[in-house]
Design a protein around this ligand. Sequence first.
Ligand code: 0PR
Length: 383
Amino acid sequence: MDKKGITKQEISEKLKEFKEEDMTYRSGRILGSMCTCPHEVGLEAYKMFLESNLGDSGLFKGTRKMEKEVIQMLGNLLGKEDVCGHIITGGTEANIMAMRAARNSSNIKDPEIIVPKSAHFSFKKAADMLCLKLREAELDENYRVDVNSVKELISDKTVAVVGIAGTTELGVIDPIEELSKLCLEENIYLHVDAAFGGFTIPFLGLSGRNLPKFDFSLEGVSSITIDPHKMGLAPIPTGGIIFRDRSYLESISTETPYLTDKEQFTIVGTRTGASTAATWALLKYFGKDGYCKIAKGCMEVTEYLAEGIKKSGFNLMVEPKLNLVAFDSNEIEIDTIVDELKEEGWAVSVSSYPRAIRIVVMPHVKMEHVKEFTDDLSKIHAK
Ligand code: 0PR
């Protein structure tokens, strides 16, 4: 660190230099990310609440009120109005909080959790931090969790079963209704990771698409992860964790003696209220109609992309139900395709199971980008 400071002008110039090295969502070239351009309405609200700290919410009563309203609106979207929860940093924190609630609500020694083989790596972090044994259930031929495999893994040490509504690698929706029945029968906590699907499945349903149930309308569902910073268009970091019952939240309470709040439930202590403000503003601004339009728009681009990929001579791993397309080739190695796409300026990602190129069709991915992309794919195939 230098002894003397520099001018605002110099800082601005230097920041621009750094920024120039970053990719932007707006370019349409980022095809493997679950984040997107934050919407201006959310950004305005975010900026207004930059100093608000929900870690000491007695000082920020307005923000606290907003968080309650946001949780209620998300509950309404997810099939139950009287829920509780928090707006946090993202899907990872949400999943850790859920696993902690499941563990603390049961009195089991050497606890285990059962997650699909397709689960996000945040459950590995949760298992490590919370001393849980992670048991991975097999997938069926459509890459959904195999409920029989879950059944086989259940033991008297199981504290939670996890189902995914929109898997990270393929966008597949697990059979949550069957998991819910099973967990009710076995009296086991069921957590649904809808970090990605939470802001699309309900809206695609409202738009007339037939998608499976995944939310609190299923009695066995104890908690849901839903991330506003993915398909909710909120700025990073904005995650959501919603619990069916307040007792789950109470089970992860920590005393905070000298703060305006006497207890805290989140992993993070000092916690921005800006994310809450952005989510509140966006939910109000778009309403269900607005989010339906976004979800439908993404699915139209997704279907166009899926067709283009097939026409270019590649194979889809599954027919997309959500806005994610994964494909491979009989003739060309995945790594070769990735390298060639990179040369054309495309940033795609690679899924691990099954190994495939994975495109997340976020709202910044438009028809014109997909047209260019599939033209490049055809060229690569013809080489
Ligand atoms: N659950 C699911 C189903 C997810 O897909 C993710 C992240 C998480 C939980 C964890 O969420 P946070 O990353 O918010 O903690 N899925 C994306 C992924 O791994 C995250 C991501 C986003 C990665 C943008 C890259 C990127 O550019 O693909």
